[in-house]
Design a protein around this ligand. Structure first.
Ligand code: NAP
Length: 532
Protein backbone atom coordinates (compact mmCIF):
# COMPACT_ATOMS: atom_id res chain seq x y z
CA UNK A 1 0.00 0.00 0.00
CA UNK A 2 1.20 3.49 -0.76
CA UNK A 3 1.22 6.13 1.98
CA UNK A 4 0.19 8.74 -0.61
CA UNK A 5 -3.13 6.92 -0.88
CA UNK A 6 -3.85 6.84 2.82
CA UNK A 7 -5.90 9.92 3.73
CA UNK A 8 -8.93 7.68 3.81
CA UNK A 9 -7.16 4.88 5.68
CA UNK A 10 -6.78 7.15 8.64
CA UNK A 11 -9.45 7.20 11.32
CA UNK A 12 -12.75 8.83 10.25
CA UNK A 13 -12.71 12.62 10.03
CA UNK A 14 -13.19 14.27 13.38
CA UNK A 15 -16.37 16.29 13.62
CA UNK A 16 -17.90 18.67 16.15
CA UNK A 17 -16.03 19.23 19.43
CA UNK A 18 -12.26 19.68 19.54
CA UNK A 19 -10.43 16.42 19.12
CA UNK A 20 -8.75 15.46 22.39
CA UNK A 21 -5.37 13.81 22.09
CA UNK A 22 -2.53 13.34 24.51
CA UNK A 23 0.16 14.22 21.97
CA UNK A 24 -0.11 16.22 18.76
CA UNK A 25 2.71 16.00 16.23
CA UNK A 26 2.88 18.58 13.47
CA UNK A 27 4.44 17.40 10.21
CA UNK A 28 5.21 14.01 8.73
CA UNK A 29 8.72 14.35 7.37
CA UNK A 30 11.72 12.56 8.87
CA UNK A 31 11.09 14.38 12.19
CA UNK A 32 7.34 13.77 12.62
CA UNK A 33 7.49 10.19 11.33
CA UNK A 34 10.56 9.35 13.39
CA UNK A 35 8.79 10.61 16.51
CA UNK A 36 5.63 8.70 15.67
CA UNK A 37 7.44 5.44 15.04
CA UNK A 38 9.43 5.64 18.26
CA UNK A 39 6.28 6.51 20.26
CA UNK A 40 4.56 3.44 18.90
CA UNK A 41 7.59 1.30 19.60
CA UNK A 42 7.49 2.59 23.19
CA UNK A 43 3.83 1.57 23.49
CA UNK A 44 2.50 5.15 23.38
CA UNK A 45 -0.39 5.32 20.96
CA UNK A 46 -2.49 8.30 22.09
CA UNK A 47 -1.13 10.71 19.49
CA UNK A 48 -2.18 12.23 16.17
CA UNK A 49 -0.06 13.68 13.41
CA UNK A 50 -1.29 16.75 11.56
CA UNK A 51 0.04 16.95 8.03
CA UNK A 52 -0.73 19.97 5.84
CA UNK A 53 -0.44 18.03 2.56
CA UNK A 54 -2.09 14.81 1.40
CA UNK A 55 0.91 12.55 1.84
CA UNK A 56 3.93 12.07 4.08
CA UNK A 57 7.53 13.01 3.30
CA UNK A 58 8.08 16.64 4.33
CA UNK A 59 10.91 18.19 2.39
CA UNK A 60 11.23 15.00 0.31
CA UNK A 61 7.62 15.34 -0.80
CA UNK A 62 7.73 19.10 -1.39
CA UNK A 63 11.01 19.29 -3.28
CA UNK A 64 10.69 17.38 -6.54
CA UNK A 65 12.67 19.55 -8.91
CA UNK A 66 14.66 17.72 -11.60
CA UNK A 67 17.83 16.23 -10.14
CA UNK A 68 16.66 16.54 -6.53
CA UNK A 69 18.77 14.19 -4.43
CA UNK A 70 20.29 14.03 -1.00
CA UNK A 71 23.85 15.23 -0.61
CA UNK A 72 24.40 12.92 2.36
CA UNK A 73 24.83 9.19 1.71
CA UNK A 74 21.55 7.31 2.06
CA UNK A 75 22.93 4.56 4.30
CA UNK A 76 23.41 7.23 6.95
CA UNK A 77 20.59 9.57 5.82
CA UNK A 78 17.91 7.14 7.00
CA UNK A 79 16.54 5.92 10.32
CA UNK A 80 18.92 3.73 12.34
CA UNK A 81 15.92 1.56 13.24
CA UNK A 82 14.80 1.17 9.62
CA UNK A 83 17.77 0.37 7.39
CA UNK A 84 16.90 0.12 3.73
CA UNK A 85 18.88 -2.55 1.90
CA UNK A 86 17.35 -1.48 -1.41
CA UNK A 87 18.99 1.94 -1.87
CA UNK A 88 19.99 2.02 -5.52
CA UNK A 89 22.65 4.73 -5.25
CA UNK A 90 25.00 5.97 -2.57
CA UNK A 91 23.15 9.32 -2.74
CA UNK A 92 19.52 8.43 -3.35
CA UNK A 93 17.31 10.66 -5.47
CA UNK A 94 14.17 12.33 -4.10
CA UNK A 95 11.60 9.76 -5.35
CA UNK A 96 13.51 6.96 -3.59
CA UNK A 97 13.76 8.88 -0.30
CA UNK A 98 10.08 9.77 -0.46
CA UNK A 99 9.20 6.13 -1.13
CA UNK A 100 11.37 5.12 1.85
CA UNK A 101 9.40 7.44 4.15
CA UNK A 102 6.11 6.14 2.78
CA UNK A 103 7.30 2.61 3.34
CA UNK A 104 8.27 3.42 6.96
CA UNK A 105 4.80 4.91 7.48
CA UNK A 106 3.19 1.63 6.47
CA UNK A 107 5.74 -0.70 8.01
CA UNK A 108 5.51 0.86 11.47
CA UNK A 109 1.72 1.34 11.48
CA UNK A 110 1.82 5.14 11.54
CA UNK A 111 -0.89 5.74 8.93
CA UNK A 112 -3.77 5.40 11.41
CA UNK A 113 -2.37 8.38 13.35
CA UNK A 114 -2.16 10.66 10.31
CA UNK A 115 -4.61 13.45 9.50
CA UNK A 116 -3.90 14.92 6.09
CA UNK A 117 -4.94 18.39 4.87
CA UNK A 118 -4.39 19.70 8.41
CA UNK A 119 -2.30 22.84 8.09
CA UNK A 120 -1.60 24.35 11.49
CA UNK A 121 -3.10 27.83 11.75
CA UNK A 122 -2.43 28.35 15.45
CA UNK A 123 -1.25 26.53 18.56
CA UNK A 124 -2.06 28.38 21.75
CA UNK A 125 -1.18 27.22 25.26
CA UNK A 126 -4.23 27.39 27.49
CA UNK A 127 -2.94 28.29 30.97
CA UNK A 128 -6.19 27.26 32.59
CA UNK A 129 -6.55 23.82 31.09
CA UNK A 130 -2.79 23.31 30.68
CA UNK A 131 -3.30 22.10 27.17
CA UNK A 132 -2.39 23.21 23.70
CA UNK A 133 -5.38 24.37 21.68
CA UNK A 134 -4.72 23.80 18.01
CA UNK A 135 -6.64 25.27 15.12
CA UNK A 136 -6.12 24.14 11.56
CA UNK A 137 -6.70 25.94 8.28
CA UNK A 138 -9.49 23.45 7.49
CA UNK A 139 -11.41 24.59 10.60
CA UNK A 140 -10.59 21.51 12.72
CA UNK A 141 -9.67 22.05 16.36
CA UNK A 142 -7.61 19.81 18.59
CA UNK A 143 -6.70 19.92 22.25
CA UNK A 144 -3.41 18.27 23.19
CA UNK A 145 -1.42 17.94 26.41
CA UNK A 146 1.86 17.75 24.49
CA UNK A 147 2.76 19.51 21.25
CA UNK A 148 5.67 18.27 19.14
CA UNK A 149 6.76 20.29 16.12
CA UNK A 150 8.28 18.36 13.24
CA UNK A 151 7.73 21.27 10.88
CA UNK A 152 11.33 21.39 9.69
CA UNK A 153 13.65 24.32 9.21
CA UNK A 154 13.62 24.40 5.43
CA UNK A 155 9.95 24.28 4.62
CA UNK A 156 8.99 27.86 3.79
CA UNK A 157 10.31 29.06 0.41
CA UNK A 158 12.12 32.42 0.38
CA UNK A 159 11.30 34.67 -2.54
CA UNK A 160 13.71 37.52 -3.30
CA UNK A 161 12.57 41.08 -2.87
CA UNK A 162 13.36 42.26 -6.40
CA UNK A 163 11.50 45.30 -7.79
CA UNK A 164 9.02 44.43 -10.53
CA UNK A 165 8.92 40.72 -9.66
CA UNK A 166 5.12 40.75 -9.80
CA UNK A 167 5.11 42.22 -13.32
CA UNK A 168 6.75 39.19 -14.93
CA UNK A 169 4.38 37.76 -17.55
CA UNK A 170 6.10 34.44 -18.28
CA UNK A 171 6.03 31.35 -16.07
CA UNK A 172 7.88 31.64 -12.79
CA UNK A 173 8.24 29.36 -9.79
CA UNK A 174 10.42 28.57 -6.78
CA UNK A 175 12.49 25.37 -6.86
CA UNK A 176 10.33 23.98 -4.03
CA UNK A 177 7.21 24.44 -6.15
CA UNK A 178 8.60 23.13 -9.40
CA UNK A 179 6.07 23.43 -12.22
CA UNK A 180 6.62 20.24 -14.22
CA UNK A 181 3.98 21.41 -16.71
CA UNK A 182 6.02 24.46 -17.64
CA UNK A 183 7.66 23.79 -21.01
CA UNK A 184 11.36 24.60 -20.76
CA UNK A 185 12.51 22.97 -24.00
CA UNK A 186 13.84 25.57 -26.38
CA UNK A 187 12.95 28.44 -24.01
CA UNK A 188 15.00 31.28 -22.57
CA UNK A 189 15.23 30.46 -18.88
CA UNK A 190 16.66 32.51 -16.01
CA UNK A 191 17.70 30.92 -12.72
CA UNK A 192 18.30 33.12 -9.69
CA UNK A 193 20.50 31.52 -7.06
CA UNK A 194 23.38 29.05 -7.05
CA UNK A 195 22.80 27.13 -3.81
CA UNK A 196 22.31 23.43 -3.05
CA UNK A 197 19.03 23.22 -4.98
CA UNK A 198 20.13 25.17 -8.07
CA UNK A 199 23.32 23.17 -8.57
CA UNK A 200 21.16 20.05 -8.75
CA UNK A 201 18.54 21.27 -11.23
CA UNK A 202 20.72 23.48 -13.48
CA UNK A 203 22.54 20.44 -15.01
CA UNK A 204 19.16 18.81 -15.67
CA UNK A 205 17.61 21.72 -17.54
CA UNK A 206 20.66 23.27 -19.24
CA UNK A 207 20.73 20.79 -22.15
CA UNK A 208 17.00 21.33 -22.83
CA UNK A 209 16.70 25.09 -22.88
CA UNK A 210 17.61 27.49 -25.68
CA UNK A 211 19.49 29.73 -23.29
CA UNK A 212 20.00 29.71 -19.55
CA UNK A 213 20.90 32.89 -17.69
CA UNK A 214 22.24 31.94 -14.28
CA UNK A 215 22.28 34.83 -11.80
CA UNK A 216 24.95 34.16 -9.23
CA UNK A 217 25.34 36.37 -6.17
CA UNK A 218 27.88 34.23 -4.32
CA UNK A 219 29.62 31.21 -5.85
CA UNK A 220 29.50 28.04 -3.71
CA UNK A 221 32.47 25.80 -2.93
CA UNK A 222 31.81 22.54 -4.75
CA UNK A 223 33.49 19.20 -4.09
CA UNK A 224 33.38 16.10 -6.30
CA UNK A 225 30.44 13.82 -5.54
CA UNK A 226 31.50 10.26 -4.75
CA UNK A 227 28.27 8.80 -6.06
CA UNK A 228 27.81 5.40 -7.65
CA UNK A 229 25.13 2.74 -7.93
CA UNK A 230 24.85 0.33 -5.01
CA UNK A 231 25.83 -3.00 -6.60
CA UNK A 232 23.50 -6.03 -6.58
CA UNK A 233 26.07 -7.85 -4.42
CA UNK A 234 26.01 -5.04 -1.85
CA UNK A 235 22.22 -5.05 -1.86
CA UNK A 236 22.23 -8.82 -1.35
CA UNK A 237 24.65 -8.47 1.56
CA UNK A 238 22.60 -5.69 3.15
CA UNK A 239 19.45 -7.80 2.84
CA UNK A 240 20.85 -11.11 4.06
CA UNK A 241 23.64 -9.97 6.38
CA UNK A 242 22.27 -6.76 7.91
CA UNK A 243 25.43 -6.16 9.94
CA UNK A 244 27.22 -5.32 6.67
CA UNK A 245 24.93 -2.32 6.20
CA UNK A 246 25.53 -1.32 9.81
CA UNK A 247 29.26 -1.35 9.12
CA UNK A 248 28.70 0.77 6.01
CA UNK A 249 26.55 3.21 8.01
CA UNK A 250 29.10 3.51 10.80
CA UNK A 251 31.97 4.02 8.36
CA UNK A 252 30.08 6.77 6.53
CA UNK A 253 29.07 8.37 9.82
CA UNK A 254 32.70 8.47 11.02
CA UNK A 255 33.92 9.82 7.68
CA UNK A 256 31.31 12.62 7.76
CA UNK A 257 31.92 13.32 11.44
CA UNK A 258 35.63 13.86 10.80
CA UNK A 259 34.68 16.91 8.73
CA UNK A 260 33.68 18.68 11.95
CA UNK A 261 37.40 19.13 12.71
CA UNK A 262 37.57 21.68 9.90
CA UNK A 263 34.24 23.31 10.68
CA UNK A 264 34.44 23.75 14.39
CA UNK A 265 37.83 22.78 15.72
CA UNK A 266 40.40 24.20 13.35
CA UNK A 267 39.21 26.12 10.28
CA UNK A 268 42.73 25.95 8.80
CA UNK A 269 42.06 22.25 8.17
CA UNK A 270 39.58 23.45 5.57
CA UNK A 271 42.53 24.51 3.39
CA UNK A 272 43.16 20.89 2.35
CA UNK A 273 39.53 20.41 1.38
CA UNK A 274 39.60 23.77 -0.39
CA UNK A 275 42.51 22.54 -2.54
CA UNK A 276 40.43 19.54 -3.60
CA UNK A 277 37.57 21.87 -4.57
CA UNK A 278 39.94 24.17 -6.48
CA UNK A 279 41.34 21.18 -8.41
CA UNK A 280 37.78 20.00 -9.16
CA UNK A 281 36.99 23.44 -10.61
CA UNK A 282 40.24 23.53 -12.66
CA UNK A 283 39.56 20.08 -14.10
CA UNK A 284 35.98 20.78 -15.04
CA UNK A 285 36.16 24.41 -16.20
CA UNK A 286 38.86 25.04 -18.78
CA UNK A 287 37.88 28.71 -19.39
CA UNK A 288 39.94 30.83 -16.93
CA UNK A 289 37.44 33.68 -16.96
CA UNK A 290 34.51 31.45 -16.09
CA UNK A 291 36.68 29.72 -13.51
CA UNK A 292 37.38 33.07 -11.84
CA UNK A 293 33.65 33.81 -11.82
CA UNK A 294 32.95 30.47 -10.14
CA UNK A 295 35.71 30.78 -7.50
CA UNK A 296 34.44 31.79 -4.05
CA UNK A 297 36.29 34.51 -2.12
CA UNK A 298 35.42 33.21 1.35
CA UNK A 299 36.82 30.34 3.38
CA UNK A 300 35.38 27.00 2.46
CA UNK A 301 32.81 25.80 5.00
CA UNK A 302 31.49 29.28 5.77
CA UNK A 303 28.49 28.42 3.59
CA UNK A 304 27.24 24.88 3.04
CA UNK A 305 29.80 22.88 1.03
CA UNK A 306 28.11 21.48 -2.04
CA UNK A 307 28.91 18.34 -4.02
CA UNK A 308 28.40 17.86 -7.75
CA UNK A 309 30.05 16.31 -10.77
CA UNK A 310 27.74 17.84 -13.34
CA UNK A 311 27.24 21.48 -12.30
CA UNK A 312 30.52 22.90 -13.65
CA UNK A 313 30.16 21.09 -17.02
CA UNK A 314 26.60 22.43 -17.23
CA UNK A 315 27.57 26.05 -16.63
CA UNK A 316 30.42 25.66 -19.14
CA UNK A 317 27.92 24.93 -21.93
CA UNK A 318 27.71 27.51 -24.72
CA UNK A 319 24.00 28.08 -24.05
CA UNK A 320 24.60 28.99 -20.41
CA UNK A 321 25.83 32.34 -19.15
CA UNK A 322 26.71 33.11 -15.55
CA UNK A 323 25.87 36.68 -14.60
CA UNK A 324 27.33 38.17 -11.45
CA UNK A 325 26.09 41.72 -11.92
CA UNK A 326 23.30 42.45 -9.45
CA UNK A 327 19.67 42.32 -10.50
CA UNK A 328 18.12 45.80 -10.66
CA UNK A 329 14.57 44.79 -11.53
CA UNK A 330 12.37 42.30 -13.26
CA UNK A 331 10.22 43.40 -16.19
CA UNK A 332 7.37 41.59 -17.88
CA UNK A 333 9.70 39.62 -20.15
CA UNK A 334 13.22 40.19 -18.84
CA UNK A 335 15.62 40.39 -15.94
CA UNK A 336 17.46 43.72 -15.95
CA UNK A 337 20.84 43.92 -14.24
CA UNK A 338 22.31 47.00 -12.54
CA UNK A 339 24.51 47.68 -15.61
CA UNK A 340 21.31 48.28 -17.60
CA UNK A 341 21.56 45.03 -19.61
CA UNK A 342 18.19 43.35 -20.35
CA UNK A 343 18.20 39.57 -20.24
CA UNK A 344 15.09 38.41 -22.13
CA UNK A 345 13.41 35.50 -20.39
CA UNK A 346 10.44 33.18 -21.00
CA UNK A 347 10.65 31.38 -17.69
CA UNK A 348 12.06 32.47 -14.36
CA UNK A 349 13.12 29.95 -11.70
CA UNK A 350 13.95 30.97 -8.14
CA UNK A 351 16.56 28.79 -6.46
CA UNK A 352 16.61 31.31 -3.63
CA UNK A 353 16.32 29.03 -0.62
CA UNK A 354 14.16 29.08 2.49
CA UNK A 355 13.01 31.33 5.32
CA UNK A 356 15.19 29.82 7.98
CA UNK A 357 15.61 32.58 10.57
CA UNK A 358 11.89 32.63 11.42
CA UNK A 359 10.89 28.95 11.55
CA UNK A 360 7.29 29.75 12.56
CA UNK A 361 5.17 32.44 10.93
CA UNK A 362 3.85 35.17 13.27
CA UNK A 363 0.81 34.22 15.33
CA UNK A 364 1.13 30.46 14.88
CA UNK A 365 2.77 29.29 18.12
CA UNK A 366 1.77 31.12 21.31
CA UNK A 367 2.84 30.03 24.76
CA UNK A 368 1.98 31.13 28.28
CA UNK A 369 0.01 34.38 28.33
CA UNK A 370 -0.44 34.16 24.55
CA UNK A 371 3.18 35.19 23.87
CA UNK A 372 4.04 34.63 20.22
CA UNK A 373 7.21 32.59 19.70
CA UNK A 374 8.18 35.15 17.05
CA UNK A 375 8.35 37.78 19.85
CA UNK A 376 10.23 35.42 22.17
CA UNK A 377 12.75 35.01 19.36
CA UNK A 378 12.96 38.69 18.41
CA UNK A 379 16.75 38.59 19.02
CA UNK A 380 17.19 35.29 17.27
CA UNK A 381 15.79 31.78 17.76
CA UNK A 382 17.01 29.76 20.76
CA UNK A 383 15.96 26.70 22.74
CA UNK A 384 17.38 24.21 25.19
CA UNK A 385 19.00 21.42 23.17
CA UNK A 386 17.12 22.89 20.22
CA UNK A 387 14.04 21.29 21.76
CA UNK A 388 12.36 23.14 24.66
CA UNK A 389 11.72 26.77 25.50
CA UNK A 390 10.77 28.59 28.73
CA UNK A 391 7.20 29.90 28.57
CA UNK A 392 6.14 27.07 26.25
CA UNK A 393 5.22 24.13 28.53
CA UNK A 394 5.01 20.66 27.02
CA UNK A 395 6.19 22.01 23.67
CA UNK A 396 8.99 20.12 21.96
CA UNK A 397 10.70 21.04 18.71
CA UNK A 398 12.52 18.65 16.43
CA UNK A 399 15.08 20.38 14.17
CA UNK A 400 14.74 23.41 16.43
CA UNK A 401 17.30 26.22 16.83
CA UNK A 402 20.99 25.25 16.55
CA UNK A 403 20.43 21.64 15.61
CA UNK A 404 21.39 21.93 11.93
CA UNK A 405 24.53 20.29 10.57
CA UNK A 406 26.80 21.23 7.72
CA UNK A 407 28.86 18.06 7.91
CA UNK A 408 26.77 15.03 8.80
CA UNK A 409 23.30 13.49 8.54
CA UNK A 410 20.36 15.47 9.92
CA UNK A 411 18.60 12.18 10.60
CA UNK A 412 21.17 11.54 13.34
CA UNK A 413 20.22 14.84 14.98
CA UNK A 414 16.51 14.13 14.54
CA UNK A 415 16.86 10.73 16.21
CA UNK A 416 18.79 12.31 19.11
CA UNK A 417 15.93 14.76 19.70
CA UNK A 418 13.26 12.10 19.27
CA UNK A 419 14.90 9.93 21.95
CA UNK A 420 15.25 12.93 24.27
CA UNK A 421 11.56 13.77 23.91
CA UNK A 422 10.63 10.14 24.45
CA UNK A 423 12.63 10.07 27.68
CA UNK A 424 10.91 13.27 28.82
CA UNK A 425 7.47 11.80 28.13
CA UNK A 426 8.29 8.55 29.90
CA UNK A 427 9.60 10.37 32.94
CA UNK A 428 6.54 12.61 33.05
CA UNK A 429 4.41 9.49 32.95
CA UNK A 430 6.44 7.77 35.67
CA UNK A 431 6.33 10.81 37.95
CA UNK A 432 2.72 11.69 37.10
CA UNK A 433 3.85 15.12 35.94
CA UNK A 434 1.24 16.93 33.89
CA UNK A 435 3.50 19.62 32.47
CA UNK A 436 7.17 20.50 32.24
CA UNK A 437 8.88 23.69 31.22
CA UNK A 438 12.62 24.18 30.85
CA UNK A 439 14.07 26.46 33.53
CA UNK A 440 14.94 29.86 32.02
CA UNK A 441 18.42 29.83 33.58
CA UNK A 442 19.22 26.38 32.16
CA UNK A 443 18.13 27.41 28.70
CA UNK A 444 19.94 30.74 28.95
CA UNK A 445 23.32 29.36 29.99
CA UNK A 446 23.09 26.55 27.43
CA UNK A 447 22.60 29.13 24.69
CA UNK A 448 25.35 31.40 25.99
CA UNK A 449 27.76 28.50 25.64
CA UNK A 450 26.52 27.58 22.18
CA UNK A 451 26.76 31.17 20.96
CA UNK A 452 30.24 31.55 22.43
CA UNK A 453 31.45 28.54 20.45
CA UNK A 454 29.65 29.65 17.31
CA UNK A 455 31.09 33.16 17.39
CA UNK A 456 34.57 31.67 16.89
CA UNK A 457 33.52 29.14 14.25
CA UNK A 458 34.02 29.33 10.51
CA UNK A 459 30.37 30.19 9.81
CA UNK A 460 30.90 33.55 11.52
CA UNK A 461 34.57 34.14 10.74
CA UNK A 462 34.86 32.70 7.20
CA UNK A 463 34.04 35.94 5.38
CA UNK A 464 30.61 35.10 4.00
CA UNK A 465 26.95 35.83 4.58
CA UNK A 466 24.77 32.76 4.81
CA UNK A 467 21.31 31.65 5.86
CA UNK A 468 22.94 30.06 8.91
CA UNK A 469 23.12 33.56 10.44
CA UNK A 470 20.06 35.47 11.61
CA UNK A 471 19.85 38.50 9.28
CA UNK A 472 18.66 40.74 12.13
CA UNK A 473 21.32 39.89 14.71
CA UNK A 474 24.09 38.09 12.82
CA UNK A 475 23.82 35.27 15.38
CA UNK A 476 24.10 31.72 14.16
CA UNK A 477 20.74 30.32 15.23
CA UNK A 478 20.68 27.31 12.96
CA UNK A 479 23.80 25.16 13.37
CA UNK A 480 25.06 22.87 16.08
CA UNK A 481 28.64 23.96 16.77
CA UNK A 482 30.63 20.79 16.35
CA UNK A 483 30.59 17.04 16.36
CA UNK A 484 27.17 15.43 16.01
CA UNK A 485 28.07 12.81 18.65
CA UNK A 486 28.33 15.59 21.22
CA UNK A 487 24.71 16.48 20.57
CA UNK A 488 23.82 12.81 20.95
CA UNK A 489 25.68 12.81 24.26
CA UNK A 490 23.96 16.00 25.45
CA UNK A 491 20.52 14.59 24.67
CA UNK A 492 21.18 11.07 25.95
CA UNK A 493 19.93 11.93 29.43
CA UNK A 494 16.74 13.73 30.30
CA UNK A 495 17.20 15.50 33.61
CA UNK A 496 14.02 16.64 35.32
CA UNK A 497 16.22 19.01 37.33
CA UNK A 498 16.54 21.14 34.19
CA UNK A 499 12.79 21.62 34.20
CA UNK A 500 10.00 23.13 36.22
CA UNK A 501 7.51 20.34 36.74
CA UNK A 502 3.81 20.72 37.42
CA UNK A 503 1.35 18.21 38.80
CA UNK A 504 -2.41 18.38 39.31
CA UNK A 505 -3.67 19.46 42.73
CA UNK A 506 -6.02 16.69 43.90
CA UNK A 507 -9.53 18.10 44.19
CA UNK A 508 -12.50 16.03 45.23
CA UNK A 509 -14.89 15.46 42.35
CA UNK A 510 -12.79 17.26 39.74
CA UNK A 511 -12.59 15.70 36.29
CA UNK A 512 -9.10 14.59 35.24
CA UNK A 513 -7.42 17.41 33.31
CA UNK A 514 -9.43 20.16 34.99
CA UNK A 515 -7.56 20.43 38.28
CA UNK A 516 -5.20 23.35 38.76
CA UNK A 517 -1.49 22.51 38.49
CA UNK A 518 1.12 23.20 41.07
CA UNK A 519 4.86 23.24 40.73
CA UNK A 520 6.46 20.07 42.01
CA UNK A 521 9.12 20.65 44.66
CA UNK A 522 12.65 20.69 43.22
CA UNK A 523 13.94 17.64 45.09
CA UNK A 524 11.15 15.54 43.66
CA UNK A 525 12.07 16.71 40.19
CA UNK A 526 15.80 16.14 40.43
CA UNK A 527 15.84 12.82 38.67
CA UNK A 528 17.09 11.89 35.29
CA UNK A 529 16.16 9.32 32.72
CA UNK A 530 18.48 7.44 30.48
CA UNK A 531 17.54 4.78 28.05
CA UNK A 532 19.82 2.47 26.22
P1 NAP B 1 20.33 28.38 -0.53
O1 NAP B 1 21.45 27.46 -0.28
O2 NAP B 1 19.92 29.32 0.52
O3 NAP B 1 20.68 29.15 -1.86
C1 NAP B 1 19.94 30.24 -2.27
C2 NAP B 1 20.65 30.89 -3.43
O4 NAP B 1 19.87 31.98 -3.86
C3 NAP B 1 22.02 31.44 -3.03
O5 NAP B 1 22.89 31.28 -4.11
C4 NAP B 1 21.69 32.90 -2.77
O6 NAP B 1 22.80 33.76 -2.96
C5 NAP B 1 20.66 33.15 -3.86
N1 NAP B 1 19.81 34.28 -3.57
C6 NAP B 1 18.94 34.41 -2.56
N2 NAP B 1 18.32 35.59 -2.64
C7 NAP B 1 18.81 36.22 -3.73
C8 NAP B 1 18.58 37.48 -4.33
N3 NAP B 1 17.70 38.35 -3.80
N4 NAP B 1 19.27 37.80 -5.44
C9 NAP B 1 20.16 36.93 -5.95
N5 NAP B 1 20.43 35.73 -5.44
C10 NAP B 1 19.76 35.39 -4.33
O7 NAP B 1 18.99 27.59 -0.93
P2 NAP B 1 18.85 26.14 -1.55
O8 NAP B 1 19.78 25.97 -2.68
O9 NAP B 1 17.42 25.91 -1.80
O10 NAP B 1 19.32 25.22 -0.37
C11 NAP B 1 18.87 25.48 0.94
C12 NAP B 1 19.29 24.38 1.84
O11 NAP B 1 18.47 23.26 1.58
C13 NAP B 1 20.69 23.85 1.65
O12 NAP B 1 21.68 24.61 2.24
C14 NAP B 1 20.57 22.49 2.26
O13 NAP B 1 20.66 22.55 3.65
C15 NAP B 1 19.18 22.11 1.83
N6 NAP B 1 19.26 21.31 0.62
C16 NAP B 1 19.76 20.08 0.80
C17 NAP B 1 19.89 19.28 -0.28
C18 NAP B 1 20.42 17.93 -0.05
O14 NAP B 1 20.83 17.31 -0.98
N7 NAP B 1 20.47 17.41 1.18
C19 NAP B 1 19.52 19.69 -1.54
C20 NAP B 1 18.99 20.96 -1.70
C21 NAP B 1 18.87 21.76 -0.59
P3 NAP B 1 23.80 34.07 -1.72
O15 NAP B 1 24.61 32.82 -1.55
O16 NAP B 1 24.56 35.23 -2.14
O17 NAP B 1 22.92 34.34 -0.53
Amino acid sequence: MNARMTPHDAAPPDAGAPVETDIAIIGSGFAGLGMAIRLRQAGITDFIIAEKADSVGGTWRDNHYPGCACDVQSHVYSFSFAPNPRWTRMFACQPEIRAYLEDCTQRFGVQRHLRFAHELASAVYDDTRHRWQLTFANGQQWSARVLISGMGGLSRAAMPNIPGIETFRGKSFHSQHWDHGCPLDGKRVAVIGTGASAIQFVPQIAPRVAHLDLFQRTPPWIMPKADRPVTPLEQWLFRHLPFTQKIMRSALYCMLESRAFGFAIHPSLMKTAQKVAERHLRRQVPDPQLRATLTPDYTMGCKRILISNDYFPAVSRPNVSVTTTGIARIEEDAVVTTDGVRHPVDCLIFGTGFQVADPFPAGVVRGRGGVDIVDTWRDGAHAYLGTTLPGYPNFFMIVGPNTGLGHNSMVFMIESQVEYILRALKMMQAERTAAIEVRPQVEHSYNEQIQQKLSRAIWSTGGCKSWYLDPKTGKNTTLWPGFAYKFRRATRTFSMADYLAYSPVPQPGAQPGTQPLTQVHDSAAATSAQTS
